[in-house]
Ligand binder design. Structure first.
Ligand SMILES: [Zn+2]
Length: 366
């Protein structure tokens, strides 16, 4: 059965305003699911899609909450009426090993819009079942919508990619929706200190309410110097017999060239002969290549790793983070700082671009 939907479309031509268009979603293919959506997060990475050249009009959004309306004939673990989340990472191994496909959607004016696997800036969406996870009916329909990208990316980087342990020292650069999720996860796992780095004292204070123990304003001080001063261990020495200084784990939740380098510079060197050095974790989508000081990395036995979607398996991790929200470990009610209707998507993107979003903003559908 076709479903009427209202979707956000990024025109193919650069620098044109976003469109909100009424379309008819097709009946689902064998592995597809039609979802009526409650809310969708507005992710910073979408700005890159909006500003980069494209071959066709684009559909955006990759985290949401909703309800299943219809499923394809091969879908076995979802049924109409199920409460679900849409995410952009395949939910389990069996689904990940099916090829699936890039979504294409015919627009009423004859154009074909495409998305990278899913689109959630829409009242209704059609997605491959691999990206649709059944969740409990009593989720928070609005604030839980940011679990599918912001939370898995930030909290997952800390929990899975880095596997932070109690007592580890952590620095998190960039404390928007992803960074705040990382801060909350680090605090929950017992990391200490948890040092938040951003360019604005208000954002740093906000990060402290999520569990950051220190805030470093990189607009005022050199974060590398400040973090090393906070974390010097006077009785441990590197190969040059200098005291070990720096954090065990540094997370870059931005992906700019400066922050990608900073995480390699704020992790500690190894205690020579005793234990290896710290780990830099790239979480934000990188926009440029960077050069690292390979000699410094080598001498300190430091590591540089990347975290895509927080190394998460949504089938297990979405329920985990819903539970973290319920238990108060992850305060999503504070993290979601703005709400918009779909017709306000232009203003929503403008606010995001101009740094007016302290945590994460969402679209709420009727
Ligand atoms: Zn995202």
């Amino acid at each position: 059965m076709p479903t009427e939907a209202r979707v956000v479309v990024v025109p193919q031509q650069q620098d044109q305003p976003l469109e909100v268009i009424d379309v008819t979603l097709p009946a689902p293919g064998p592995h597809q699911v039609v979802v009526r959506q409650f809310a969708s997060g507005i992710c910073h990475s979408q700005l890159h899609t909006i500003h980069n050249p494209r071959q066709a009009p684009a559909l955006l959004g990759h985290e949401s909450t909703g309800e299943v309306l219809e499923v394809g004939e091969s879908v076995t673990d979802l049924t109409p009426g199920d409460t679900v989340m849409v995410t952009w990472v395949p939910k389990d191994q069996a689904q990940a090993r099916r090829q699936g496909g890039i979504t294409r959607l015919e627009l009423p004016d004859g154009r074909t819009a495409t998305s990278i696997n899913v689109f959630t800036w829409a009242t209704h969406t059609i997605a491959d079942e691999m990206y649709v996870v059944k969740v409990p009916d009593d989720i928070d329909r609005e604030t839980d919508s940011i679990i599918g990208c912001a939370v898995i990316t930030g909290a997952g980087a800390v929990l899975h990619t880095a596997n932070v342990q109690s007592g580890d020292s952590v620095a998190i650069i960039g404390v928007g929706g992803v960074g705040l999720s990382a801060v909350a996860a680090a605090a929950h796992l017992g990391a200490n200190p948890v040092i938040a780095v951003d360019l604005d004292d208000e954002k740093l204070d906000f990060a402290k309410s999520f569990g950051a123990t220190h805030g470093v304003n990189a607009a005022e001080v050199d974060p590398v110097v400040a973090i090393r001063a906070l974390t010097t261990i006077s009785e441990q020495f590197d190969i040059l017999r200098q005291p070990v200084a720096g954090v065990d784990y540094a997370f870059d939740c931005i992906g700019h060239s400066a922050t990608m380098r900073q995480i390699s510079e704020v992790i500690r060197g190894g205690e020579f002969g005793q234990r290896k050095g710290g780990t830099a974790v790239l979480v934000g989508v990188p926009q440029t290549p960077i050069e690292l000081d390979s000699r410094q990395m080598f001498m300190g036995e430091r590591s540089y790793v990347c975290s895509l979607g927080g190394s998460c398996t949504p089938g297990e991790d979405l329920p985990r983070f819903i539970d973290w929200h319920r238990q108060g470990i992850l305060d999503l009610d504070s993290l979601v700082t703005q709400r918009y209707s779909i017709d306000d998507i232009g203003r929503a993107v403008e606010d995001l671009e101009n740094g007016r979003i302290a945590g994460r903003s969402i679209l709420v559908f009727d």
